[in-house]
Design a protein around this ligand. Sequence first.
Ligand code: C5P
Length: 235
Amino acid sequence: MKAIKDSAAGVVIAIDGPAGAGKSTVARMLADKLQFDFLDTGALYRCVTLAVLQAGIDPRDEAAVVALADGLHIELDRESVRLDGHDVGAAIRTPEVATSIGAIADNIEIRQRLTQWQRSWTRGRRVVTEGRDQGSEVFYDSPCKIFLVATREERARRRLQELQQRGIAADYETVLRQQNQRDHEDASRPVGGLRKAQDAIEVCTTGLSLDAVVDKLLKLVRQRLAKCAELGTQQ
Ligand code: C5P
């Protein structure tokens, strides 16, 4: 594990886990408490998927998808997701995008480009990131990796509630079926698939309130960062 020698240098807290484990909300809250930036890497894959659908391109046409993606301008910050200057925060979270995203996330050249994008974005910053491949690939040298899990049923209930809050009609069975499909796609992807890094700490969020999860993570993160700082000063 790489020691942190300079607290002013960039630090990435990498949070991974399956859809609906609570990563996004928890990572945001954790970033706020730590006063770190926040990076939602799923939003990047969602932006590319949205652009592909809007352009009428077949998501499985890898070359056409890469050619389109190379011309896209994606901007993420704490409050908004912008694609070529337009706010797409809501448009990237529709069931249509969720249905097509697997082919985009399977596209190795897209993964390489988005990995570079993520590494550039975080350079020199203190960031909490969340996704599927953060601890295992993109930020494999992160000093603090968290793997969030929850039961399938609880994750589907949370996703349904989230969709309903956004005014998107959905039913539990459909959400669960789509989630199972996404779990399968995410776990079987040879590059960038959902994998727990060897040095990641697994935290189960089933039955825990958001505040309880965030408190737990805050303690874990502080312990890890303190340990790394200690190792750094000993060298
Ligand atoms: O996290 P979110 O549900 O927004 O991610 C949507 C999809 O984007 C995932 O199911 C996965 O296919 C893809 N993804 C990925 N790698 C990431 C983040 C998301 O492949 N780091």
